[in-house]
Design a protein around this ligand. Structure first.
Ligand SMILES: Cc1cc2nc3c(=O)[nH]c(=O)nc-3n(C[C@H](O)[C@H](O)[C@H](O)COP(=O)(O)OP(=O)(O)OC[C@H]3O[C@@H](n4cnc5c(N)ncnc54)[C@H](O)[C@@H]3O)c2cc1C
Length: 378
C-alpha cells in the first residue's frame, strides 16, 4: 500500500507530537506553521498523566526535566506583598511544568527529521473530494494530501475552512488573560505569587530565570475582539487593572512597553464532530479546555491516540477518526467541566470571596494532616 500523506496545520504542542507518531507509524507528515520558528509564548504549562507516557515513548523526558521549573507552591499576596494564603503545587509523580516555548521546541526537535516543515506559511483554501484534499497555501505551491489535520490552536483556520466560522464553536468563559515575560524580575524560584482584587488576578511565575507575568480578569465576551491587535490589547489591559494594588502599577508600565504581550479571551472549543470527511481537528482546535485545564497534556495525548488509530486502520481513515474521537473525548469532557472551579479559586469575584478563599487555603494543611492521621490510625 502507498505511504499516506498527511498535512498538519500548526507546530505548537499537538502538531509536532502528531507528526512524530505518524512518521513512526509509516505515514508521510508535512507540517505547516504560520510562525517563523517555534512559538514565542513562555507561559509555564504542565505535562502530566497520559502525556508523560507519550513523552517517555518519544525519549524526551530528560529534556523536559532539564527545562522544568522548580515551582512548589502558589502564594496569595496582599497589596503590601505579604502572604495571605497558599496552595502547594508539588508536581505529582513524573509530571513536569515547563515554559510553553520549551515544550514546543523540544517536541519540534523530536519531529524535525521525521516530517517536512513549512514555516511562515499557512493553508489558504481546502477542497476535499473522495480521493484526497487539494490544499492551496499562502506561499508554497498547491499540493494534494490524503488527509489534513488542524492542530492550529484555539483560533484554528483549518476549523474555519472545513467546519465554519469560529463563533459557532468557541465559547468565552467569562475571563480574559494576558501574559508577558519579565525576565529581569528576580523571584524565589519555588513560589508563584498571585495578587487578587475583586474579579482580577495578577501573578508572577518563575521558571529557571524566565519569569512570566500573567493577568487574568473577569469580563464579558466581545464579538469585535481581534486577537492580533496588540495596541487594543494594551488599552484593554491597562483599563481593566487601573487602581489595582501590589506590583500592578509597575507591571502596567511594562505592558505599555511590551513587545511580546499575549492577550486573548479564555475560551473553550465545543464542537459536535472533530472530523469531516478527510479533515480532522486535534488539540485546542478540536477541544480547547481553556488555560485552566491541562490543554497541553490533552494535546499530546490526543495526538498519540489519533496517530495510533490511523496506524490501526490505515485504509479507513473514517473508522480511525471515529475511534480517536470516542477515546479522546473521555479525557476532554471532565476537564472542560472543571473550569468553573479554577476560576472561582484563582479569580474570586468579590472581596468576601478573596478572604474566604485565603482562609480556606490556611485550613487545608490542617485538613490534610487530619486525613493523614485518620489513615494512619485505620
Ligand atoms: C496563557 C496560557 C496559559 C496556559 N497554561 C496552561 C497550563 O498551565 N497547563 C496546560 O496544560 N495548558 C495550559 N495552556 C493551554 C495550552 O497551552 C494549550 O492547550 C496547548 O498549547 C494546545 O496545544 P495545540 O498544539 O493544540 O495549540 P497551540 O499550542 O496553540 O499551537 C497551535 C500552533 O498553530 C499555529 N497556527 C495558528 N494558526 C495557524 C495557521 N493559520 N497556519 C499555520 N499555523 C498556525 C500557531 O502558531 C501554533 O504554533 C495555557 C494556554 C495559555 C494561552
Amino acid at each position: 500500500m502507498r505511504t499516506r500523506s498527511v498535512l498538519i496545520s500548526g507546530a505548537g504542542v499537538a502538531g509536532p507530537t502528531f507528526a512524530y507518531w505518524l512518521a513512526r507509524h509509516g505515514f508521510r507528515p508535512t507540517v505547516v506553521e504560520c510562525a517563523q520558528g517555534m512559538r514565542s509564548s513562555g507561559s509555564p504549562i504542565d505535562v502530566r498523566g497520559r502525556a508523560v507516557s507519550v513523552a517517555e515513548q518519544m525519549g524526551i523526558m530528560p529534556q523536559l526535566r532539564a527545562a522544568a521549573t522548580e515551582v512548589t507552591g502558589l502564594n496569595f499576596v496582599s497589596d503590601s506583598g505579604h502572604q495571605v494564603g497558599s496552595i502547594p503545587m508539588q508536581v505529582m509523580g513524573d509530571s513536569v511544568e515547563l515554559p510553553r516555548f520549551d515544550l514546543a521546541t523540544i517536541l519540534l526537535e523530536a519531529a524535525r527529521d521525521k516530517a517536512e516543515f513549512l514555516f511562515e506559511d499557512s493553508i489558504a483554501t481546502l477542497h476535499q473530494d473522495a480521493g484526497g484534499v487539494d490544499v492551496a497555501f499562502e506561499h508554497a505551491p498547491p499540493r494534494r494530501f490524503d488527509l489534513v489535520i488542524g492542530a492550529d490552536g484555539l483560533h484554528s483556520r483549518t476549523r474555519r475552512l472545513a467546519f465554519g466560522p469560529e463563533g459557532e464553536y468557541v465559547r468565552h468563559m467569562g475571563v480574559w488573560v494576558a501574559t508577558m515575560p519579565v525576565d529581569d524580575l528576580t523571584l524565589d524560584q519555588h513560589k508563584v505569587l498571585l495578587h487578587n482584587s475583586p474579579g482580577r488576578a495578577v501573578s508572577l511565575h518563575p521558571g529557571r530565570g524566565k519569569t512570566m507575568a500573567a493577568f487574568m480578569y473577569r469580563g464579558p465576551g466581545d464579538e469585535n475582539f481581534d486577537h492580533r491587535d496588540t495596541t487594543d490589547h494594551k488599552c484593554r489591559l491597562i483599563e481593566a487593572y487601573t487602581g489595582a494594588g501590589w506590583r500592578v502599577p509597575e507591571l502596567l508600565q511594562r505592558v505599555h512597553e511590551a513587545d511580546d504581550l499575549y492577550f486573548d479571551s479564555v475560551s473553550q472549543v465545543r464542537i459536535d464532530r472533530w472530523s469531516t470527511r478527510r479533515v480532522a481537528l486535534l488539540g485546542d482546535a478540536a477541544s480547547c479546555v481553556s488555560l485552566f485545564g491541562d490543554g497541553s497534556t490533552l494535546a499530546m495525548a490526543g495526538a498519540s491516540t489519533l496517530a495510533q488509530a490511523l496506524a490501526a486502520t490505515p485504509a479507513d481513515h473514517t473508522a480511525a477518526f471515529r475511534h480517536y474521537e470516542r477515546e479522546h473525548r473521555r479525557l476532554v469532557a471532565p476537564k472542560q467541566r472543571a473550569v468553573g472551579q479554577a476560576t472561582a479559586l484563582l479569580i474570586p469575584a468579590s472581596r468576601f470571596g478573596i478572604a474566604a478563599r485565603n482562609a480556606a487555603t490556611r485550613l487545608w494543611p490542617l485538613a490534610s494532616s487530619l486525613q493523614q492521621l485518620r489513615r494512619a490510625l485505620s
